[in-house]
Write a protein that binds this ligand. Sequence first.
Ligand code: NAG
Length: 415
Amino acid sequence: MIQMIIDFAFKIIVVVAVFHLSKTLGGVTSIVDGNPLDTIKHELDNLTFIDQRLSVVYPLIQKFKNRIISDPLNITKSWVGSDICSYTGFYCDNPPDNLTAITLASIDFNGFQLTAPTLDGFLDQLPDLALFHANSNFFSGTISSNIAKLPYLYELDLSNNLFSGPFPSSILGMNTLSFLDIRFNLFTGSIPPQLFTKDLDILFVNNNNFIQKLTEILGSSHIFYLTLANNKFYGPIPGSIAKYFSGLSEVLLLNNMLSGCLPYELGFLTETVVFDAGYNLLTGPMPFSLGCLKKAEVVNFAGNLLYGGVPEVVCAMANLANLSLSDNYFVQVGPICRGLIKKGVLDVRNNCIRGQPEQRSAVECMAFFSKRKYCSYKQTYHLPCLSPGFSDSPMGLVVLLAEVVVKEVELQSRF
Ligand SMILES: *[C@@H]1O[C@H](CO)[C@@H](O)[C@H](O)[C@H]1NC(C)=O
């Protein structure tokens, strides 16, 4: 009981302290003395606005300003008077429905470090807003379903805040949205598959706590830029991957919980410059088809459970600048790959490759290879593209294939 009273008293002290802090920081209109809404209404009577649309948003801004509990950069100091278009972070323009009117068209709070418990009653009430960027603040709470009623909003950036709870499904109702960035928040649960059928060009959902099967979120998406890294997506990479990521120059799947064998169809990601599936639970041999990623510069499979030989055709890719295969169970590299190791392009540390430095111990390799492998080699050596020196001489492939098989038989008998 006494503990409860102490806790309660402590909470009151914190609340009062926060209010005083907010009064000293950024000249926030007083919350404790009198009713702030009355104050705002009173101010409104004495102000003249260049457009009636601005007088509508004025009280919303002031109400939001009252909710800000920390403003270390003194941003809100400029949020006074009728000239909303000159407030720091606020930008005016002509609305699409009336090109002679002036309205609040975009908000850019990027890096302002503002703390507020919610954006409800603010963001979702600004009728002409086209862009809302609020990267790197301390906004939290949930996103109001009213956001779907904003007719012009097409860019929404809430990245690097403290939003939590399930994916804000109200976003699904926004028909104009083309850019959605909710990276670096604390969202959990799953992403509704409908999101991927929307007309989004860019979608960043990385660095949240989404837990979901990868195959569930790959709908009929034609998103131009999609990042899924650093969540808890699980399950295999589907063979249909190229259909979903075909236009993407960066496929970022790193730091999830993806498992299963690598699909042959990865070789159809012909536009991919960066393919990063590092630190998952992917297994199986590396398909030769990866050698068809003609634009690939960075390929990362480090920290998985891949085994077999590193295909020479992959090491032979013309634009390759960084191939990370460390922390797997590869057993062999050919001459082209060895050349890349020398140049510092290919990293094979902590594998099971005899003759290479910094490999796993024989015991570790033995333990891995003694477990049953279920990935089929059926399409591993199939090359769906022309690759100079490889498709020209299928014998080269056959020889390499034989080498790898011999090597693995050798290894398995060795362990
Ligand atoms: C290559 O990529 C890996 C993983 O993406 C990264 O950790 C490493 O620093 C890169 N190496 C070079 C030399 O750029």
